[in-house]
Design a protein around this ligand. Structure first.
Ligand code: FUB
Ligand code: ZN
Length: 627
């Protein structure tokens, strides 16, 4: 099974089209400007000898530019713009000029510590930056058809391949990402070496003697020892969970350490399992997935703690202090997508959809120029998106996710098509070896659960069309050419429609989209006695601007509260809000007392908005889970 690539998919609907336009016209130009004014682009010019000056910023700032090129490449494909193409080519030329004779490319090490390459793999992100360079090169080649950056990426990948691996130096990325990048590079170039290198990084991770334990013996490490020891040792001994390098992946049973690192590793490992069929990796990924299901915010956020930017324990999912980095939700999307491609089970796409519409989408403001790094599920106020960060991993990650959204909608094998996300637009591909097939989707998802799919093979042909039944959907009807299928075949969370399709066949899926009240597992202490509202794939939240300012903290829903969806085109770029009645305490009852035996409650009208849209009308209080 493989994804129908973004190059074969167009998106045209009320929800995503405006967001993708904003990504192209606002977010990407804004991020390029930020990369310029913060010295991220001139770092490459300096490393190329095109201008004088010192390296500016954090040692892995190159990766932000690479991610932005990846995003802009996708966007040039979906929203062609010659002026932008020119700008992008200039940045690519500067990066290419900074490549060293032997293929090495990293502006920090070239400018600051040229003699210390590859000595601090654990903390200094050389392989991480290389991974993002590779992904940018592949995206630019796929989307714009130009191979300049791809060639640069190949030369660097060749150097890495000649440096690390069996019979060469032992080495691993301290921050993963290069694993999945090398798989993309191998697929686009048909070079098996890159796949083997990725497999080496996946399978040797966590093996003893530990690469990072050895590095820790070096008193003269580039970047110094302090942060390294803090993250990789416990009680003076090597520990390694921070970067999932404590055990070989095949023996890992829990999602631990830094969440983005973990997600990127598991995504790359799923790619390798898909290529090699390695049962041990598949088994480990299955176990890790079962574990992440106990460590997953209802938003699709992962990694509750700011301490390690990552995982803690099962069911530890605090609301106010949730770290839930935007990049971690995006990494979860990468992992979930690959788990679906490996197993064909809809649950993975459910999680992908949850993260996409909630934990990742909340990472960017509606105007496209403000970003959340952390995505809490409750706020006492004061949380606003920033135009940029010193450590700016999240903004370009959002931009590249949106730019490549088409990749996640459909998948196919020889005789099967899967429709995974309900997004208006079309896809074209070839099925049953030589039949050209076009599919169109019309839908107002996520505001409505009605989806119309038109199937257009160039000749009548038999195949199975699999439509995902989202986990949130309890009731649906499905019809083909107006005839309802009374008992459609289903498997692994999909409706399977096997028939001979002819051009113009129309499938109508109608999914009921009621407002659901969701309760967390009782082990999630912070949510005991609380519930959250969800409709379709969207999680809702309450903001104090809409709900009883003054007693917001006491907001509760009565057990039999009726809550109705109402579309409001004037609010937050057009959203379905949820309206109903709730209760708040009459705070004045307490007067000056700290405790009271029988407080009174007042009935109030309440409004919930989609979680992704919070903090777009000032930085007030917010709550997902209410009493
Ligand atoms: O270290 C690179 C990126 O910066 C990580 O993925 C984020 O968590 C942030 O630390
Ligand atoms: Zn980030």
């Amino acid at each position: 099974m493989k994804a129908i690539p973004f190059t074969n998919v167009t998106i045209n609907d009320r929800f995503w089209s405006p967001r993708l336009m904003t990504n192209s016209e606002k977010t990407i130009p804004h991020e390029l400007e930020q990369c310029r004014i913060t010295g991220r682009i001139s770092n490459f010019a300096k490393a190329a000898g095109l201008m004088d000056g010192n390296f500016e910023g954090i040692f892995f700032n190159d990766s932000d530019v690479h991610k932005l090129i990846e995003a802009a490449s996708y966007t040039l494909h979906t929203h062609p713009n010659p002026e932008w193409e020119e700008k992008l080519n200039e940045v690519i030329d500067t990066i290419a000029n900074s490549q060293q004779e032997d293929g090495y490319l990293n502006s920090y090490f070239t400018l600051v510590e040229p003699e210390k390459r590859w000595q601090n793999l654990g903390m200094m992100h050389e392989l991480y930056c290389a991974g993002h360079l590779i992904e940018a090169g592949v995206a630019h080649y796929q989307a714009a058809g130009k191979d300049k950056l791809l060639q640069v990426a190949c030369r660097f990948a060749d150097l890495i391949d000649n440096t690390f691996g069996p019979g060469k130096r032992d080495g691993l990325p301290g921050h993963q990402g290069i694993e999945l990048a090398l798989v993309k590079l191998a697929r686009v170039t048909s070079e098996k070496r890159y796949m083997a290198l990725s497999e080496y990084f996946v399978t040797t991770r966590g093996q003893s003697p530990h690469v990072f334990e050895k590095e820790l013996q070096n008193p003269d490490l580039p970047g110094g020892l302090g942060a390294y020891q803090h993250h990789y040792t416990r009680d003076g001994k090597y520990e390694g969970t921070y970067s999932q390098a404590h055990l070989p992946l095949k023996d890992q049973k829990e999602c631990v350490g830094h969440a983005v690192r973990a997600m990127y590793l598991y995504a790359g490992a799923a790619d390798i399992a898909n290529e090699t069929g390695d049962d041990e990796i598949k088994g480990a990924l299955h176990t890790l997935w079962q574990n992440v299901e106990k460590r997953l915010y209802i938003t699709g956020g992962v990694g509750p703690s700011g301490h390690n930017e990552g995982f803690t324990q099962d069911y530890e999912l605090p609301n106010f202090s949730a770290y839930a980095e935007t990049c971690a939700s995006i990494g979860l999307i990468f992992w979930a997508h690959r788990m679906f491609l490996l197993n064909g089970v809809s649950r993975y796409m459910d999680v992908l959809e949850t993260a996409l519409y909630n934990g990742a989408l909340s990472g960017v403001s509606l105007d496209g120029t403000g970003f959340f790094y952390q995505n809490p599920l409750a706020s006492r106020g004061g949380r606003e998106r920033s135009p940029w960060f010193g450590c700016a991993c999240c903004p370009p990650n959002i931009a590249r996710l949106f730019g490549s959204l088409g990749e996640y909608i459909y998948a196919q094998s020889e005789d099967d098509i899967w429709v995974n996300l309900y997004v208006g637009g079309s896809a074209s591909t070839t099925i049953t070896s030589d039949i050209s097939l076009k599919l169109t989707q019309k839908t107002d998802y996520p505001w409505s659960g009605d989806v119309e799919i038109t199937v257009m093979p160039d000749k009548p042909t038999s195949f199975t069309l699999n439509l995902r039944i989202p986990g949130w959907c309890k009731e649906y009807t499905i019809s083909v050419n107006g005839e309802e299928l009374s008992n459609p075949a289903t498997s692994l969370g999909y409706i399977n429609i096997q028939r001979q399709w002819k051009s113009g066949d129309v499938v109508d899926l109608k999914m009921d989209m009621p407002v659901d009240r969701i309760y967390a597992h009782p082990h999630v202490r912070d949510n005991l006695g609380r519930s959250a509202l969800q409709r379709g794939p969207l999680l809702y939240c309450f903001e104090d601007i809409d709900n009883s300012q003054g007693a917001f903290e006491t907001l509760s829903l009565s057990d039999n509260a009726t809550i109705n969806p109402v579309y409001n085109s004037d609010l937050l770029n057009g959203v379905t809000i949820l309206k109903g009645t709730g209760l708040v305490y009459d705070v004045s009852d307490w007067d000056n007392q700290l405790y009271l035996s029988k407080p009174n409650t007042n009935k109030i009208d309440i409004t919930a908005i989609p979680y992704y849209a919070w903090s777009n009308r000032g930085a007030g209080q917010m709550a997902v889970w209410v009493l």
